[in-house]
Write a protein that binds this ligand. Structure first.
Ligand SMILES: [Zn+2]
Ligand SMILES: [Zn+2]
Length: 298
């Protein structure tokens, strides 16, 4: 779908291709001052999905409550902020949801910085609330980031959390991986991979946990030069509800926190759906031949 966003005086027009990756509501005092309203609603699109169709914007850059600067683009005539680029999410641009002037626009799935929320405001249950920002990148505590999910998903959004793997998760993860990666070689199986991971960077192994079971995983590694991503899995009945995105963001956040500047990952050839998922999150295919040599026997 193609949508057009415009400023108050319509001098600035921004074209947005496709669906927003995420719609998020922010109550922080910076957003309150910027908008003059009590919260801002951002529709996040991949940066390559937006383009300025008309007009010239000025920009204003400021640090954000999460500690990462954001560049805001606004109309020189009427002053409306139309879109912004958070350093925290270099592949995404936020577009002011109100600038689409579309009452049927996608609803937010999360509200952040509710610590600054006005006392009389209440949000529907479909909006997961965070007192600050989920998955703060500057803190080592990457556990327990509640997951925001699109409404209409089969899974309930209320009790899914992304946290570090714990030993009690083993049986669930084993089952999930057999379901998601049925053709994997034996050395990728949970009983080999997980004990090894627990000895090496165990804080880069995340699960998404519902009330009942582990329904998603993401494993990462950082060798001081590159970050690698492995075993991003979501239980089939929970797919397309934002859990893969939450796991990916958690892993990216942890790698970024270690100083990692580039993340690599491998996808089996022909797996277009998975490739499209990563493309939506800013990954591009590089012209490389992946080579490997097994140096162990087990
Ligand atoms: Zn304007
Ligand atoms: Zn804000």
């Amino acid at each position: 779908m193609f949508r057009e966003a415009s400023c108050h005086c319509r001098t600035l027009r921004l074209g947005c291709e496709g669906e927003p990756v995420k719609v998020s509501l922010c109550n922080c005092f910076d957003c309150q001052r910027r908008t003059g309203s009590l919260f801002s609603v951002a529709a996040f699109f991949p940066r390559e999905a937006i383009r300025l169709l008309e007009g010239q914007a000025r920009h204003f850059r400021r640090p954000s409550a999460s500690g990462h600067p954001v560049t805001f683009h606004f109309c020189m005539d009427c002053g409306s902020t139309l879109w912004w680029e958070p350093d925290r999410m270099p592949h995404l641009a936020g577009v002011a949801a109100g600038s689409f002037a579309d009452a049927a626009f996608v609803a937010p799935t999360q509200a952040v910085w509710t610590s600054d929320k006005h006392h009389w405001l209440t949000f529907p249950d479909t909006i997961v609330q965070h007192e600050r920002n989920p998955a703060p990148r500057s803190l080592p505590d990457t556990v327990a980031a509640p997951v925001a999910m699109r409404s209409g998903s089969r899974a309930s959004s209320k009790n899914v959390r992304v946290r570090l793997y714990e030993p009690g998760d083993f049986a669930n993860v084993d089952t999930l991986w057999q379901q998601c990666f049925p053709d994997d070689p034996s050395w990728n199986r949970a009983d080999r991979a997980i004990p090894a991971k627990m000895h090496f960077q165990p804080d880069l192994f995340f699960v998404a946990k519902s009330d009942a079971a582990v329904i998603g995983t993401a494993m990462a590694g950082y060798d001081g030069h590159r970050g690698w991503l492995y075993s991003l899995a979501v239980s089939p009945s929970y797919r397309r509800s934002g859990i893969g995105t939450a796991l990916l963001e958690e892993a990216e956040s942890a790698l970024q926190g270690l100083g990692c500047l580039k993340i690599n990952l491998q996808i089996r050839q022909g797996n277009e759906q998975v490739a499209a998922f990563y493309q939506r999150h800013g990954y591009t295919a590089e012209a490389r031949t992946s080579m490997a040599k097994r140096i162990g026997t087990s």
